[in-house]
Design a protein around this ligand. Structure first.
Ligand code: SPD
Length: 366
């Protein structure tokens, strides 16, 4: 976990706070978010507009935020978590986040109605979360290193590249990573082997998925923190999230590391995921959380985030502010034809999630 209170935000926040102090208490928002998942100036702009100081704490693994929510912590006022986690808790009738007051979400009209309906399959009536960003799980690769390993014939648009152990062997020397989320990777493996990615059958997990993962594991590092590592040449191929690979590509360019990274959505299809903004049940600064939610739903603000982190948003009004290079890239904003190949994973009941974790832990220990 990294603590990064944006310097300027603090400065502006403090200046505003001086003014605010004479009228009342300083206003703060404690925000728990993934690392590298907001534009550089988003928080400063919010402080400028509202006088609210944002304390940003970043995490690198999904488990960190989920544990925090499960524990009922009152440390944060707004957190980013996955739609899958939300759905699982809703299924268990465990309300670890607040039922949103829709009347306070004055900017929600900017959000795409179709995307909201899609998300509502797991968060009925969009009661508990506001979609932040979304993406796919696909193939990230170092163009030169991977082509070299395959003499110019690398199957970079097929899961064969990362899920056929013979291919992994060819990539072993330049480093392969898989995103550290069993609930996402195991269904992809099952789908690759011809099964239903949404199966709830534990025998398929312990049979098909576990057996195959065992063959892949010796070549793989399991981590969700790949952007910087890829930009520096630590991994030449990853099974990972779209924006993290492309953010890595941006870093490589900025730091002139000489590495060219690319991302592809495999032709066999893959899963799409949504990250949601939720207010934890015991949040202390709820009004500030609503102000930030409305701020993030401003088209130019969320477009800035997309332009910085390379993940698409669901704010249709923001499209005109999103860089051409990003809006026109079908691996980031998939065309309708590609979208038809994307699936949403069903909510795994807690029992199955435990089996997924056991299989994963066994592979990691290999
Ligand atoms: N660098 C931040 C990446 C956040 C991506 N979230 C993906 C969640 C998928 N379940």
């Amino acid at each position: 976990m990294r603590l990064r209170t944006k310097a300027l935000s603090v400065m502006l926040g403090s200046l505003m706070a001086v003014a605010a102090h004479s009228e009342g208490a300083e206003r703060v928002l404690n925000f728990y978010n993934w690392s590298d998942y907001v534009a550089e100036d988003t928080l400063e702009k919010f402080t400028e507009q509202t006088g609210i100081t944002v304390n940003l704490v970043e995490f690198d693994e999904e488990e960190e935020v989920n544990t925090l929510l499960d524990d009922g912590s009152s440390e944060y006022d707004l957190v980013v978590t996955s739609l899958d986690y939300m759905a699982q808790r809703l299924l268990m009738q465990k309300t670890v986040f607040q039922n949103l007051n829709q009347a306070k979400l004055v900017n929600k009209g900017n959000l795409d109605a179709e995307a909201m309906a899609f998300v509502a399959q797991k968060d009925p009536f969009n009661n508990y979360g506001v979609p932040y960003l979304w993406g796919t799980v696909g193939i990230g690769y170092d163009v030169d290193a991977v082509e070299k390993a395959f003499n110019g014939n690398a199957p970079t648009n097929s899961w064969d590249l990362l899920l056929d152990p013979r291919n992994l062997k060819k990539l072993q020397h330049c480093g392969v990573a898989f995103v550290d989320t069993p609930n996402e990777v195991l269904p992809i493996i099952i789908n690759y082997l011809g099964g239903d990615p949404n199966t709830m059958d534990k025998d398929i997990y312990y049979g098909m998925a576990q057996k195959h993962l065992k063959k892949l594991a010796p070549y793989v590092t399991f981590t969700s923190d790949i952007s910087e590592a890829m930009s520096e040449g630590e991994f030449c191929a990853v099974l990972g999230w779209s924006g993290d690979v492309l953010y890595g590509a941006d870093l490589a360019e900025e730091n002139e590391t000489g590495i060219e990274l690319a991302y592809s959505i495999p032709r066999e299809g893959t899963s799409a995921w949504y990250d949601m903004l939720v207010i934890p049940k015991h949040a202390q600064n709820v009004d500030e959380a609503y102000e930030f939610l409305n701020f993030l739903m401003q088209p130019e603000i969320i477009a800035d985030v997309t332009n910085y982190v390379w993940y698409p948003n669901v704010n249709s009004a923001s499209n005109e502010f999103v860089d051409e290079e990003i809006l026109g890239d079908e691996n980031i904003y998939p065309t309708p034809a590609i979208q038809r190949k994307l699936y949403l994973l069903s909510v795994a009941p807690k029992r199955l999630a435990k089996h997924q974790q056991t299989i994963w832990d066994n592979a990691r220990a290999q």
